[in-house]
Write a protein that binds this ligand. Structure first.
Ligand code: SAM
Length: 198
């Protein structure tokens, strides 16, 4: 496991914003991921209207897809002010929780943990925003270990096992979902860790 050390919060934000500006029109999250999480949630909660929080969403593709697939109320966070479009995508650092978010959400989804400068504290903060029966879905792909070097842009790098162990220090691991995508995809494999509060 590797964690890049910044000299200041300002340095972190500047690196993230520069990297995001270059990739502003890309979408990493996969439709297959949205579908598998939707099925999981519908199996547990039935057709109840859910509330969700998605972290590090760029222009908010996952916010839109979850809203449609689940008919849910979703908020997305994005560090880059140029991409945030309130009310659905707000400019916010996902290391922090708004007071009104505590114990408020049925689910949380994030595929951007590799952008956290303090991953363990960050996931604990996310879990604090779940209702007692809620689920936090954290995505791990090859991107999080092999493709990107640990550096000022992707500041947290962990193997599948290292990421799992970190998450298990934060909450209870209920399942690991494997996303069925093509083996020649640069993201392959994609796994979703499913966490609940301890
Ligand atoms: C790898 S991209 C993923 C974007 C989107 N989820 C997707 O699948 O296309 C990571 C995103 O997280 C954002 N980000 C990085 N650090 C963040 C932070 N501390 N709080 C909120 N968003 C952050 C970046 O600006 C970038 O848009």
């Amino acid at each position: 496991m590797e964690l890049y050390r910044y000299n200041s919060k300002k340095e972190y934000v500047n690196h993230q914003l520069r990297a995001t500006h270059k990739k502003r029109d890309l979408v990493f999250v996969r439709e297959e991921t949205m579908v598998i999480i939707t099925q999981f949630l519908q199996t547990v909660f039935g057709s109840r209207r859910l509330s969700g929080l998605c972290h590090g969403v760029r222009k908010g593709w996952e916010v839109e897809r979850f809203s449609k697939l689940l008919g849910a109320d979703i908020i997305g966070t994005e560090l880059a002010p140029e991409l945030a479009k309130p009310p659905h995508v707000i400019c916010w650092d996902f290391h922090k929780a708004k007071p009104e978010w505590l114990e408020a959400f049925d689910f949380i989804y994030c595929n951007s943990l590799d952008h956290s400068y303090k991953p363990e504290a960050c996931v604990k903060t996310w879990l604090s925003c779940l209702k007692p029966e809620g689920f936090c879905f954290v995505e791990w792909t090859k991107n999080h270990t092999k493709l990107h070097k640990c550096g000022p842009r992707d500041c947290f790098r962990a193997s599948f096992e290292e990421c799992r162990d970190l998450l298990m220090r934060c909450g209870t691991l209920k399942a690991t979902l494997s996303v069925p995508i093509r083996e020649d995809s640069v993201l392959f494999p994609i796994y979703i860790y499913v966490l609940q509060k301890k």
